[in-house]
Design a protein around this ligand. Structure first.
Ligand SMILES: N[C@@H](CCC(=O)N[C@@H](CS)C(=O)NCC(=O)O)C(=O)O
Length: 203
């Protein structure tokens, strides 16, 4: 078995990094320096024409998009390791939250960052669009808060890759200084997830 993980620290690759470390499977890490343009070099584009991290290559098969990678790792290794549900309602819940993270919360967070983040170029910012994204984010956080009430993890009593994926994204939510005080269930769940040693080893 060979598995190579192309990553950049503190990026969309971080949730995958955490999953790989939780799974405890052997893998090789390749650091991609985005600032130096490693992700646009022909040898990288040959594997990932999308030109972004994360990317994994498992036994010669290249997979990009973090949500797809997490689902693939869950199906391929996670069930056996107790980190991903077998087919059934809990499997669907895991997939649903991974996709919700990227397509709903992640999309609104990116829009918020692009318009109000300190790194966004001045002439490309739109404060009104940023504020609208923030309203959307708060609504999405309430959806998650309600889902986590009365349960330890997204799919029940057991932590899964869906929790790792979403909890890792909360690094970005905190970095963007979104106040999580009104969301006690999210706060407690986030602490449960990030207190695991593998989180600290997966920048
Ligand atoms: N939807 C993609 C997003 C990937 C992404 O935007 N990665 C960023 C780092 S956070 C990247 O590689 N940016 C380099 C670039 O766009 O040139 C995923 O979840 O994998």
């Amino acid at each position: 078995m060979s598995l190579t993980f192309y990553y950049s620290p503190h990026s969309s690759a971080s949730p995958v990094h955490w999953t790989l470390n939780e799974l405890g499977i052997p893998y090789e890490k390749v650091l991609i320096d985005i600032k130096a343009g490693d992700n646009k070099k022909p040898e990288f584009l040959k594997l990932n024409p999308n030109g972004k991290v994360p990317l994994i290559v498992h036994d010669g098969v290249a997979i990009f998009e973090s949500a797809a990678i997490q689902i693939y790792l869950g199906e391929t290794f996670g069930v056996e390791k107790g980190l991903y549900p077998p087919p059934g309602p809990q499997r669907v819940a895991a997939m649903m939250w991974i996709i919700w993270c990227n397509a709903s919360l992640g999309e609104a967070m990116s829009r918020f960052g692009r318009n109000l983040g300190p790194w966004a170029p001045e002439d490309q910012r739109n404060a009104k669009a940023g504020e609208a994204a923030k309203v959307e984010i708060l609504g999405l956080l309430q959806v998650l808060e309600d889902a986590l009430k009365g349960r330890s993890y997204l799919c029940g009593d057991q932590i899964t890759i869906a929790d790792l994926h979403l909890a890792s994204w909360f690094d970005y939510v905190r970095m963007m200084q979104i106040d999580l005080t009104p969301y006690p269930a999210i706060t407690a769940w986030g602490s449960r997830c990030t207190s695991r040693p593998a989180y600290a080893n997966s920048p």
